[in-house]
Design a protein around this ligand. Structure first.
Ligand code: GAP
Length: 388
């Protein structure tokens, strides 16, 4: 299946640097392990990916509202959510070459995959990045950079229900930065310590039939989003997590996996979170996090279906599926066949000559607000250019 695919990670990384999509962060200081900056084209592409997601998940629906919660949350959030105790990866070190691995990512947990040397016992390593609020670095000031955006939604559940006249089923979407102290960040922007997420918590009646229905709906709906914006179906498959792989909050998870040049890997997860998070926060805060069901005249904590995606990963797969090479006039060139809605540049206005007022005219066309704000309607930018 993979024979004809021209793309490799190396080609994408090089293209991204050469054209100003993605630069290694702190490049002048030799970079900072697996951290990246988005250049002018990457910034536009990323904005377009986020816009496409927001439009599809929020604006084109009547049952989803948006939220933008803080990266810093009360430290109790992470105790209640279970992240302090359970958001860990098993870490091992090689006693000879000192390389570090995630025990669950290597074939033999007793032998170093690099040099064959003996490994230490696995230790659980918490992935949250710690920080201190205020000038005193003592334990009272400790908090964490959020490892997922989701908790800001659960912590606001009462605010949302009280102010928004929402009726089940309804969703709350948000996007923003998340941070994880990954043991082995890898593969360019696939796994980094600072990344952006687009997540939606879809609240439903606490009922297994409802849960199964909406779970299936969101898995399919999310797949359709990728296909709508130019991703290739043959590079996708679904992976259902076996019980031992489930996150601490999940009753069932299906990943949309993508065939990266380095192999199949997670792109997006759709999880059944039940009422786990609302239960935990209600117990820890003592606040009422129930929903009043008018029809049933009953109060309960809804269950949740959560599609959760990394912006950077989405960008990576759109680039991978858009990458092509062809030959024009005996010259090889790289073509990015991006969907126009995602493409960082949609159209260009070139003056034929760099004199005679032409560059100014071209700028005038470029900045023509009426043409920009009403594509396909009103004045066509190029026709307008010729007339004036
Ligand atoms: N709220 C659920 C949650 O955070 P997750 O599967 O841990 O679930 C969701 O993360 C998505 O976020 C992943 O499918 C992936 O696209 C992205 N993601 C997670 N860790 C990442 C990392 N270290 N670098 C880049 N993207 C990451």
């Amino acid at each position: 299946m993979s024979e004809k695919r021209p793309v490799t990670m190396e080609k994408i990384v090089n293209l991204c640097k050469r054209r100003g999509f993605v630069f290694p962060t702190s490049d002048i200081y030799g970079g900072l392990s697996s951290t990246y900056d988005y250049g002018p084209l990457g910034t536009e592409l990323k904005r377009n990916v986020k816009e496409a997601w927001w439009r599809y998940m929020v604006h084109e629906r009547t049952d989803v509202i948006g939220l933008d919660s803080a990266i810093l949350q009360h430290p109790k959030t992470w105790e209640a959510s279970g992240h302090l105790k359970s958001f860990t990866d098993p870490m091992v070190d090689c006693k000879d070459c000192k390389h570090r691995f995630r025990a669950d990512q290597i074939p033999d947990a007793a032998k170093c995959p690099d040099c064959g040397g003996p490994l230490t016992e696995a230790r659980q390593f918490n992935m949250m990045l710690k920080t201190f609020l205020g000038p005193v670095e003592d334990s009272a000031a400790v908090t964490y950079l959020r490892p997922e955006t989701a908790q800001g939604i659960f912590a606001n559940f009462a605010n949302l229900v009280d102010t928004q006249r929402v009726k089940l089923p309804f969703g709350v979407a948000q996007m923003g930065k998340s941070f994880r102290n990954e043991i082995t960040p890898e593969n360019f922007i696939f796994r980094t310590r600072e990344f952006e997420q687009m997540e939606m918590e879809y609240f439903i009646k606490p009922d297994e039939a409802e849960e199964a229905k909406w779970f299936e709906y969101w898995v399919e709906h999310r797949m359709n989003w990728f296909l709508k914006f130019g991703a290739k179906r043959e590079n996708f498959r679904l992976h259902q997590h076996p019980k031992e792989e489930l996150s601490h909050y999940s009753r069932g998870t299906t990943d949309l996996q993508y065939r990266y040049p380095f192999g199949w890997g997670e792109l997006e997860g759709v999880a059944k979170r039940g009422s786990y998070d609302l239960d935990q926060h209600a117990n820890a805060s003592g606040k009422d996090l129930t929903y009043f069901d008018e029809e049933a005249k009953a109060r309960y904590r809804p269950w949740v279906i959560e599609p959760a995606l990394g912006v950077d990963r989405a960008m990576l797969i759109f680039l991978l599926d858009a990458y092509d090479e062809d030959v024009v006039d005996n010259e090889e060139r790289i073509v990015l066949r991006l969907d126009p809605r995602l493409a960082p540049i949609k159209a260009a206005v070139y003056p034929l000559l760099r004199k005679g007022g032409q560059p100014e005219k071209a700028n005038e066309v470029r900045l023509d607000r009426t043409a920009l704000s009403a594509p396909g309607r009103g004045r066509h930018p190029l026709r307008h250019h010729h007339r004036s």
